[in-house]
Write a protein that binds this ligand. Structure first.
Ligand SMILES: Cc1cc2nc3c(=O)[nH]c(=O)nc-3n(C[C@H](O)[C@H](O)[C@H](O)COP(=O)(O)OP(=O)(O)OC[C@H]3O[C@@H](n4cnc5c(N)ncnc54)[C@H](O)[C@@H]3O)c2cc1C
Length: 354
């Protein structure tokens, strides 16, 4: 069972209002992902979403931070309106393991009764959320779009189904509601009233020997195999690809660039690329450093999910295609000619000089 060990306040220069303790089943918790002692930026968006929901519920927001020497991370959450940080630390918690982290979270939840537990729809969040739901026998809404709170503070969640062609409304019958969200759907606005985040060092019983998993090392993924929503460079193909055989040249370019291949709905409908590589309303939202957009016309179903791409390079044979309007660089021509040429020139550039 979790026990409050001590409560401290993150020192901040401004004297923000001290939050009231409101753990009466109206609280919103969110799970903080972090790396190299830095809060994952998307988690700040989750913090803002937690604040927004807690305001509707009339409760407080609590960040759950698990790891080794991670208490300092709480100071980044105050501007996003986080009232409290439950911190669980230990050397055996340094690396994420499903069993270890579920154990910790389940014990923390057991000692209080939050209304909602939010997790990012990330690799860790997608792994942790269903396990936690199973452990607590609690309702889970994966990849929600919106959670509404009615006048009686009852929750209703909406999530996309049938590849985004319809939405399901889910009414959780129990608390807590465990919910994951693609943080790219969130704006991450700072709170109108920032908080002094109170740190609560929580102690839980963990037997490191019960974990069947031991993290030995992390290996860098093959960029071409990475999910488009996480890739730094994405090549998008559309109807202009013409046929699946033409994908070979795109794959060669992807290898040279270290890019992940995605595309339009026309490309997935033709089965040139798999459904999980679709970009757009019914697919993934992307925010790469470079998005190379080949043979895609620029329907809003596609473009609404590429707004955060830093540099958009368009290859299209039609200079007046709608996609041209959002291009940082427009190359007018046949992608079947341009792509192999680009691959060739990039290879030349990277040829080791004797
Ligand atoms: C409810 C709903 C949801 C949808 N969700 C999505 C979604 O999530 N993602 C999505 O992408 N779409 C989605 N769509 C479909 C969307 O409306 C468009 O039909 C689709 O994006 C068009 O795909 P495209 O640009 O590949 O094809 P097209 O519109 O046919 O465009 C092909 C482009 O390729 C160019 N071209 C042709 N040959 C070449 C060549 N050799 N070299 C260079 N350029 C060439 C053409 O000039 C043209 O601009 C959805 C539609 C609906 C109704």
């Amino acid at each position: 069972m979790a026990m409050a060990e001590g409560e401290r306040t993150v020192s901040q220069k401004t004297d923000y209002p001290r939050p009231q303790q409101k753990n009466d089943g109206m609280g919103v918790w969110f799970f903080v992902e972090h790396k190299d002692n830095k809060v994952d930026e998307d988690c700040l968006k989750l913090a803002a979403e937690g604040r927004n929901l807690a305001d509707k519920l009339g409760g407080e927001t609590t960040a759950v931070i698990i790891g080794n020497q991670v208490e300092c991370l709480a100071e980044h959450l105050g501007p996003y309106g986080t009232d409290r940080a439950l911190v669980v630390e230990g050397p055996h918690l340094e690396a994420y393991t499903s069993e270890g982290y579920v154990d910790v979270l389940a014990q923390l939840v057991g000692s209080e009764s939050p209304s909602i537990i939010l997790l990012g729809a990330t690799t860790v969040g997608n792994d942790l959320a269903p396990r936690l739901a199973a452990r607590l026998k609690a309702p889970l809404v994966a990849h929600y779009i919106e959670i509404e709170v009615d006048k009686e503070r009852k929750l209703t969640a909406r999530r996309a189904i049938h590849g985004g062609n319809a939405q399901a409304t889910v009414v959780p019958l129990k608390k807590p509601l465990i919910a994951t969200i693609d943080t790219q759907l969130l704006s991450g606005q700072k709170a109108k009233v920032p908080r002094n985040t109170h740190i609560v060092g929580a102690r839980v019983r963990i037997d490191p020997k019960t974990s069947a998993t031991k993290v030995i090392d992390y290996l860098r993924a093959d960029p071409c195999a990475v999910c488009v929503s996480e890739a730094e460079i994405v090549i998008g193909v559309g109807k202009g690809l013409g046929c699946v055989e033409n994908l070979d040249a795109v794959e060669e370019l992807a290898r040279v660039l270290g890019a992940s291949i995605g595309g339009s709905r026309r490309a997935t409908d033709e089965h040139w690329i798999t459904d999980e590589r679709r970009i757009g309303l019914t697919g993934k939202t992307i925010s790469p450093r470079l998005y190379l957009i080949c043979g895609i016309s620029g329907a809003f179903h596609h473009t609404l999910s590429i707004k955060d791409a830093k540099l958009k390079v368009v290859v299209n044979k039609d200079a007046h295609a709608p996609i041209a309007r959002m291009a940082d660089l427009l190359v007018v021509g046949d992608m079947q000619e341009i792509i192999p040429e680009l691959t060739k020139q990039l290879r030349e550039m990277h040829k080791p000089t004797a």
